[in-house]
Design a protein around this ligand. Structure first.
Ligand SMILES: [Fe+2]
Length: 471
């Protein structure tokens, strides 16, 4: 790591390795960690009502906490199975009036899943397309399950049943992304999409009515894997980092993107209107970034891009992101000099960062993330990062409990950036089932406000959202 300036280390903060990290499944040559422990698939759908609640669910939380991740159905090759490729399984917890009314899990009915489940195929474009497993969120007033690399979204109904493939009413060219970002100031959704084999990255904007518009086709003949996007008031952030399409490297592998030492890492800023003449590239440190935490334009005219950066990925471990500790870093892009400088903000080892989405594209203070160590497949506590002071708070659920992505939900009428709730699906190894935990973001390390016990495991997965009933 070049030119990194550490702020506060876990040791300086008096934080030891979290107890739940010991739960990490082994990662021996004969095993596939992404099919073991709480990565193991659930093979059936679940519906449960009136769930057991400890504590008190805030009355104002009326809606659904949605989440999705891979849960392969049918036989898989344990040697080659990649975590990113499994059948999508959506989870939802419905809250109303202080009660946990229901929990549902439903597979997203891609063509292969329909065959495995014995269900009829869903209508819509993209017949024959495969897994949709990476994010579930609301776009244009509809709930969609989404994934990157060419597959179209799948629209879901209120009870998480797959309705149809969607190309946003015929307006979306090619596939979509797992990480659209909504600008809270304009309502516009921005996305960076790509299709394996096509030598461009496509910058797409989606309006509040759910109509997509291609703003730019950015030349990328090396065909990088681009997982996320960032935006500021005037720019969209383009990640072009050295994991590229190389099917020849492992013939037959289900996920043909691998580390590429020949590719110079870079990050671009393209004007929001998609003007390619205004695209500026900055050389980036050697790393891979799945997730941009937030980006904004600083008072001095520089562009700040906060990222979770992995030192390497998809090189030696060809089944998931597991090659060194991912850390929270700040990239400062100076348009005048064309230079990028990097500063470490936190070195706990974390992933799946979220913010108060009301601060998207603007100066902000707090980010929330889940523990992810990286030299072994593990998860555990949650972190609350103060990116201004460098201070990090930890919520350790205790031995046997592991969380992935936290979601921040502002309290009704909140004015403070952390005035709200942090909600997460948390695996309890002793019960071999999952809880949904609701924390007060301003009392992050304190006792949870509520713990809702689910009857089954929610396998470690990727992303989701709180979708209130009244928007
Ligand atoms: Fe992601």
């Amino acid at each position: 790591m070049n030119a990194l300036t550490a702020s506060l280390t876990p040791h300086e903060l008096g934080i030891s390795e979290p107890s739940s990290a010991r739960l990490a499944p082994s990662h021996g040559a004969d095993d596939n960690a992404y099919l073991s422990g709480n990565f193991a698939p659930m093979t059936s759908e679940t519906t449960a009502f009136d769930l057991k609640v400890r504590g008190r669910i805030p009355d104002e939380l009326q809606g659904r906490l949605l989440r999705i991740g891979p849960s392969p159905i049918g036989p898989v090759d344990r040697g080659l199975y990649h975590w990113f490729t499994g059948t999508g399984l959506v989870h939802g917890l419905r809250l109303r009036g202080g009660r946990a009314e229901w929990y549902r899990s439903r597979f997203t009915v891609s063509a292969d899943a329909a065959v495995a489940l014995g269900k009829p195929p869903i209508p819509g474009p993209g017949a024959g397309q495969t897994s949709v497993n990476t994010n579930v969120t609301m776009i244009g007033g509809r709930i969609v399950a989404i994934v990157e690399a060419g597959e179209l979204p799948i629209e879901l109904d209120y009870n998480l049943e797959s309705i149809a493939r969607s190309d946003f009413g015929g307006t979306l060219e090619g596939g979509f992304t797992a990480h659209p970002k909504r600008d809270p100031l304009t309502g516009e959704v921005v996305a960076m999409t790509y299709v394996p084999g096509r030598p461009t990255l496509r910058y797409v904007a989606v309006d509040a009515a759910g109509r997509a518009e291609t703003r730019a086709d950015i030349p990328a003949p090396h065909m990088p894997m681009v997982h996320d996007v960032g935006f500021t008031r005037n720019f969209v952030v383009v990640l072009d980092l050295p994991v590229t399409l190389q099917p020849e490297r492992v013939p037959g592998h289900t996920f043909p993107y691998f580390w590429n030492d020949r590719q110079t890492p870079r990050v671009g800023l393209i004007p929001r209107n998609g003007d390619l003449a205004g695209l500026t590239w900055f050389e980036a440190p050697s790393c891979y970034v799945f997730h941009i935490v937030n980006a904004y334009e600083a008072a001095g005219g520089e562009v700040i891009v906060d990222v979770i950066r992995h030192p390497r990925t998809h090189d030696h471990d060809k089944r998931g992101p597991n090659e060194g500790t991912p850390v929270l870093a700040r990239w400062t892009l100076d348009l005048a000099s064309g230079r990028l400088t990097e500063r470490l903000l936190d070195d706990h080892g974390g992933e799946f960062p979220r913010i108060d989405d009301r601060r998207g594209g603007q100066d902000y203070r707090y980010a929330y993330a889940a523990h992810w160590w990286g030299d072994k497949v593990s998860s555990g506590p949650l972190y609350k990062h103060d990116v201004r002071s460098g201070r990090t708070e930890t919520h350790d659920f205790g031995p046997g409990f592991s969380s992935l992505e936290p979601v921040f939900v502002p309290r009704g009428g909140a004015t403070g950036e952390d005035d709200g709730y942090v909600m997460a699906y948390v695996y309890d190894a002793k019960r071999n089932a999952s809880d949904v935990v609701i924390l007060s973001a301003q009392d992050f390390a304190g006792e949870p406000l509520a713990v809702i016990e689910l009857p089954v495991r929610v396998p470690f997965g990727f992303h989701g959202d709180w979708v209130p009933d009244r928007l």
